[in-house]
Design a binder for this molecule. Structure first.
Ligand code: KIV
Ligand code: ZN
Length: 508
């Protein structure tokens, strides 16, 4: 279906920009590239890869995603400043299909207290900077930040100036999650009547009152044809409208909305899993579409109904959103081609040496765990390929715990900046002993803010996936590690978090 179709919704994904602004969701460069590949596979039309002028890390991310992704348009955010727009254009230099997204607030409270600008100055700034952006890039989007608290006529005036200066998409954000569905739809309808029909109206909703998805869907009915969304709804504060909820509402209730989209819905669950792994945050069990309970039926009446006919209690099938069956994928005797094919089907196109690295890890895991599932394989890829270069690496770990008369004890050997360091420590429990030994060996003493263990797959031999969040000197870092032995997984997660923390220190 062509995006020129008047009933087609353009999906603008901002997981890597607004989503990354969510507390604890920072991604490193290789993680952003990996997530961008997945978004491309998912079929989003536009990937907002970052805010090029905000940091050298974001500039690199926009440039790298722009080089990497060929199908989707890649976009950089920019304030309405010539320098920001030039930086966005520079980051997108080698991007095949590109967009610059520039924004300025139009609400009285933002203009007066944040920008310190008069309404006239705001309008002049929009004219001057959107005009500049249109000279740098054919595809320019303008956003009225805090549109939902802006005077509708002033917002329309700002939008008309942006259109006259060259913007092709007008985005109407509910920046603070204040709007109500019918009210926001009325705002979109008001604008739709006052700007040319070929200008795409876009919607960008935050979830402070839990209405981001409802506001987005209501806006489609008033003429919005682009939705700015994030995977799992991650984003500033309570987050953004969630991609999977918007898409499945359009899909399941096509009879009601009569709108199309280009998302491959069977890539929804793999995308949510990948994001969750990358940012080290679990998906809530009751999360619509992708939570563990979304297709689980507990009550006897429901179970009986679903067995007779799934349509009794399921409005969509698990297959439709890519929820995996538990098919065994690989084992001890799998070869390079099987691993490569499986990785490609999961959206990882790795170089030959990287496939070999994963194959080696598959064989090692197969020695201790008979069946290797998609989730195991993905945990290995993230562990082996997308880890940031390690300053601290685990070489050996031995732990004794249980009713031995001795306190739990950890003995370990680490590689610290290329030097072997060994330590032994007692602890309150085995994990405490391991973390103390790591602290001693590395000379660091971060605070442990979160420690969680998840089974990657079912069964007693499942890999344990540990996620930790640590903080030191006002910096926080999330780390994760997977291993069939959860103490070992904990050590890897803790070291991964320390490596990320030291990377942040270097960058600062
Ligand atoms: O929420 C918001 O207003 C934004 C803009 C930059 C589009 O994220
Ligand atoms: Zn936003």
């Amino acid at each position: 279906m062509s995006t020129a179709d008047k009933n087609h919704i353009v999906i603008f994904d901002t997981t890597l920009r607004d989503g990354e602004q969510s507390p604890g969701a920072t991604m490193n460069l290789s993680e952003k590239i990996s997530m961008a590949r997945q978004l491309d596979l998912l079929g989003v039309d536009i990937i907002e890869a970052g805010f090029a002028a905000s940091s050298s890390g974001d500039f690199e991310a926009v440039a790298a995603v722009g080089r990497e992704v060929e199908r989707a348009t890649v976009c950089s955010l920019a304030r309405t400043s010539i320098a920001d727009i030039d930086r966005a254009a520079e980051a997108l230099l080698h991007t095949k299909k590109k967009r610059i997204h520039t924004f300025l607030a139009t609400s009285p409270v933002h203009m007066e207290h944040k920008l310190n600008m008069t309404p006239d100055q705001v309008l002049r700034r929009i004219d001057e900077t959107v005009r500049h952006a249109a000279q740098c890039c054919d595809d320019v989007e303008f956003s009225c930040e805090d549109a939902s608290r802006s005077d509708p006529d002033f917002m329309v005036e700002a939008c008309r100036i942006a259109v006259a200066a060259g913007a092709k998409t007008l985005n109407i954000p509910d920046t603070v999650g204040y709007a109500q569905p019918a009210e926001h739809a009325a705002r979109i309808a008001y604008l739709r009547e006052r700007v040319p029909a070929d200008i795409v109206l876009s919607i960008h909703c935050h979830n402070d009152l839990g209405l981001a998805v409802a506001n987005t869907l209501a806006s489609f009915q008033a003429g919005a044809r682009q939705a700015e969304v994030t995977v799992c709804g991650i984003g500033e504060r309570a987050g953004n409208a969630s991609l999977e909820e918007v898409i499945m509402a359009l899909t399941v209730r096509k009879d009601y909305y009569g709108l199309t989209h280009g998302i491959r819905t069977e890539q929804i669950y793999p995308s949510a899993r990948k994001l969750s792994r990358i940012i080290g945050q679990n998906i809530a069990r009751n999360k619509p579409i992708v939570g563990a309970n979304a297709f689980a039926h507990e009550s006897g009446i429901h179970q009986a109904g679903v067995l007779k006919n799934p349509a009794t209690y399921e409005i969509m099938t698990p297959d439709a959103v890519g929820l995996p069956g538990n098919a065994i994928v690989l084992g001890k005797h799998s070869g390079r081609n099987a691993v490569k094919d499986k990785l490609e089907a999961m959206g990882y196109s790795l170089a030959t040496d990287q496939v070999d690295t994963v194959l080696g890890a598959v064989k090692r895991l197969a020695d201790i765990k008979k069946d290797i599932y998609d989730e195991d394989l993905e945990a290995l890829v993230l562990e082996e390929i997308y880890r940031i270069p390690d300053k601290y690496a685990l070489v050996h770990l031995g732990v004794q715990a249980g009713d031995t008369g001795l306190p739990p004890t950890a003995a370990l050997v680490l590689d610290v900046d290329g030097k072997r360091v060994q330590e032994v420590c007692f602890g309150v429990g085995p994990i405490d002993a391991v973390f103390k030994a790591v602290d001693k060996a590395t000379g660091r003493r971060p605070g442990l803010e979160q420690f969680s263990v998840n089974a990657v797959t079912g069964g007693a031999d499942a890999q344990g996936e540990v996620t930790v969040r640590i903080s030191e000197n006002n910096r926080t870092a999330v780390g994760r590690g997977a291993h069939p032995d959860i103490i070992n997984a904990g050590a890897r997660a803790y070291l991964n978090a320390l490596n990320r923390l030291s990377k942040k220190e270097e960058e600062a």
